[in-house]
Ligand binder design. Structure first.
Ligand SMILES: N[C@@H](CCC(=O)N[C@@H](CS)C(=O)NCC(=O)O)C(=O)O
Length: 227
C-alpha cells in the first residue's frame, strides 16, 4: 500500500489524494505538517505532499507523484494518448502553477497575519497573474473539461490550485481572478460536485481548526526567531 503524507488543508495534497481515489489505488494517509528534520528525509525540500511507494521509496512534488501514479496505475488514465495532447495538459498545469498559484501563494502570510501586503508585492503579483490569465484564456477549453473532451490531470490540478487563487489571491487583491477566464468559474463549480471532490472537501473542512492552530504557532515562532 502507498502512503500519502501531508494534511487535508493543502491544495497540493488534495491533488494527489484525488488521483489516488480516482485511480482506486489502495493507500493510507499520514497526517504531517512538516517543519522537522525528520520530514526532510521524506520530502527533501520540506514541502507537502509526499508519497511513500509500495517499495518504500519517497517521492515529492505533486506532478512528479501524479506522473508516477499514472505510470504504475495506468487503468483510468489521467493523460490523453497523443504526445501533443499530453503536452497541452502539462502546459495548462505549468501555467497555473507558475503564473497563478505561486503568485497568489506569496500573499498567504498576509492573509493569515492580517498585515497589509506591501504595494510592490501586490503590483508584482498582479503583473504575473495577468500573464497567467491571458495564457489560460488561450489554453483552456472547458468542452467540457479544461483541456478538451477528456478528463485529465489538468482538471484535478487546476481545480485545487484555484483554491489558493480564489481564497488568497482574489481575496487579498479584491480581484476576481477566475472570472477573468471565460468558463473557469462554472467549470470550477462543477468540479466540486463529484463524490471524490465532496469527500476531499469534507476532510479539508475537518482539518481546518488544527491547521489554523499549527500555522498560527508556526508564524509566531518565525516572527520571534526573525528578531
Ligand atoms: N512544488 C510543490 C509545492 C507544494 C507546497 O507548496 N506545499 C505547501 C502546502 S500546500 C507546503 O508544504 N508549504 C510549506 C513550505 O513551503 O515550507 C509541489 O508541487 O508539491
Amino acid at each position: 500500500m502507498v502512503t500519502l503524507h501531508g494534511f487535508s488543508s493543502s491544495n497540493y495534497y488534495n491533488v494527489v489524494k484525488y488521483v489516488l481515489q480516482y485511480k482506486e489505488v489502495p493507500h493510507e494517509e499520514h497526517l504531517v505538517y512538516g517543519g522537522t528534520e525528520e520530514w526532510l528525509l521524506i520530502s527533501p525540500v520540506g514541502k507537502v505532499p509526499a508519497l511513500t511507494t509500495e517499495s518504500g521509496n519517497h517521492l515529492s512534488e505533486t506532478v512528479v507523484i501524479c506522473d508516477y501514479l499514472e505510470e504504475v496505475y495506468p487503468d483510468k488514465p489521467l493523460y490523453p494518448s497523443g504526445a501533443e495532447a499530453r503536452a497541452h495538459v502539462r502546459q495548462i498545469m505549468k501555467v497555473m502553477e507558475l503564473y497563478l498559484e505561486l503568485p497568489s501563494r506569496r500573499l498567504i502570510p498576509y492573509a493569515f497575519s492580517g498585515m497589509p501586503a506591501p504595494d510592490a508585492v501586490l503590483a508584482d503579483v498582479k503583473h504575473v497573474a495577468s500573464r497567467g490569465i491571458e495564457a489560460m484564456k488561450q489554453l483552456t477549453g472547458f468542452t467540457p473539461h479544461i483541456a478538451g473532451d477528456q478528463f485529465t490531470l489538468a482538471d484535478v490540478y487546476v481545480h485545487y490550485c484555484n483554491a489558493v487563487v480564489q481564497g488568497i489571491g482574489s481575496k487579498i487583491m479584491d480581484w476576481d481572478i477566475l472570472a477573468e477566464i471565460p468558463g473557469m468559474r462554472e467549470w470550477n463549480r462543477n468540479m466540486r460536485e463529484s463524490d471524490i471532490a465532496r469527500a476531499i472537501e469534507a476532510d479539508r473542512i475537518a482539518n481546518e481548526p488544527e491547521f489554523h492552530a499549527y500555522i498560527t504557532q508556526y508564524m509566531a515562532r518565525s516572527s520571534v526567531s526573525d528578531k
